[in-house]
Design a protein around this ligand. Structure first.
Ligand code: UDP
Ligand code: MG
Length: 340
């Protein structure tokens, strides 16, 4: 297969059919690959997502498109679903794309064509030009990229997503990283390779809701920083040094006032303030240590990042494209016919 598109899906039943329809329409484009593999990863959906994926194996009759479905045993998260897709994709080039139609397969094909024309480039990443998000979320994301790039050992371009197409060497490098806590933006930056970025405008979600709440995004962002830098630990060291220096300076001032000037320094409020300050710093330090320790503990178990319940591959299509029932490699059954 020339290109494998990996599509992580969590409760995307209503989006699978439009996504495949759009992808098959894009196969007419001059940028389209000669052969395409669609690797759907059902990440523990509670709706009919996997049934829809299996339906696609019956309905897609394009001679150069194959559909594969991987059903995970539960919801492992998008990052794990992406790894499951990588491990099961057979393409020379591979790409990630969301199932919700926010990202157009035509852009994946453009990225693919760019890689074909530029043998020196290993990866093409689509960067969001504008976001359909509230001002607060936008501000937090902007701050996150700034903070990550300021303290991290690797740099990630602002608004870079995992909407990418890359060569198999990049995929092999990503798969060679067996970590349980995966942060793909960071992983792509860490493995390096020559990456070209192109701008794109995400569309509105076709159906359903985003799986990301503000809380889960915050935890994802914090996890990303912890995964890629030990800078928070160093911050505690600096904080400890700073408080020690300030305490010693204050002690000298108090001793000076008491012994030389003769002021009877009021001890109780000072003590309460200092105890609260140091208690806060110690708890903060313990919290940060705990985060790293917890991750070491989980990583130490060497549990797989995902478990596949089943992997189903489409057989070679029995019909050919000249069949009158088939429109452009697609069994001409509308959603309404099917639900009837
Ligand atoms: N997704 C997934 N597992 C999850 C959450 C999301 O596979 O636990 C998939 C989801 O089905 C979609 C993609 O990841 O195809 C992006 O998710 P979403 O649209 O919710 O994120 P957003 O576009 O809002 O960042
Ligand atoms: Mg989305």
């Amino acid at each position: 297969m020339e290109l494998s598109l990996i599509i992580p899906c969590h409760n995307e039943a209503e989006n699978i059919h439009p996504f495949v329809e759009r992808t098959l329409a894009c196969m007419q484009e001059p940028t389209a690959p000669c052969t395409l593999e669609l690797v759907f990863v059902d990440d523990g959906s509670t709706d009919a997502t996997f049934a829809k994926i299996m339906q696609m194996m019956d309905d897609v009759l394009h001679p150069h498109v194959r559909v594969k479905g991987i059903e995970l045993s539960r919801n492992f998260g998008k990052e794990s679903a992406m790894l499951a897709g990588l491990s099961n994709a057979s393409g020379q080039m591979l790409g990630f794309i969301d199932a919700d139609m926010q990202q157009d397969p035509a852009i994946s094909f453009e990225m693919f064509a760019y890689l074909k024309d530029h043998p020196d480039t290993d990866c093409v990443a689509a960067v969001q030009e504008e976001r359909h998000e509230g001002a607060v979320l936008k501000w937090f994301k902007h701050r996150f990229y700034k903070a990550f790039n300021a303290v991290g050992d690797v740099e990630i371009p602002a608004n870079a997503s995992d909407f990418r197409v890359f060569r198999r060497n990049v995929a092999c490098a990503l798969m060679s990283m067996p970590e349980y806590f995966r942060f793909s933006k960071g992983l792509f930056a860490w493995v390096g390779f020559r990456t070209h970025t192109i701008p794109y405008k995400p569309a509105k979600r076709h159906a359903g809701n985003t799986s990301w709440s503000f809380k889960s995004l915050l935890s994802y962002a914090f996890g990303g920083i912890v995964s890629f830098t030990t800078w928070p630990l160093r911050l505690i060291l600096y904080l400890g040094l700073l408080t020690s220096v300030v305490s010693i300076a204050y002690l000298i001032v108090v001793l000076f006032e008491y012994l030389i000037v003769g002021i009877n320094v009021p001890g109780y409020p000072t003590l309460v303030c200092l105890i609260l300050l140091f208690f806060g710093i110690v708890m903060l330090a313990l919290g940060i240590f705990g985060e790293y320790l917890g991750r070491i503990y989980i990583e130490g178990k060497h549990r797989p990042p995902y478990i596949a319940r089943r992997v189903i591959e489409q057989e070679a299509p029995s019909a050919c494209v000249e069949d009158p029932d088939i429109t452009q490699g697609w069994r001409a059954v509308s959603e309404d016919d099917r639900s009837a």
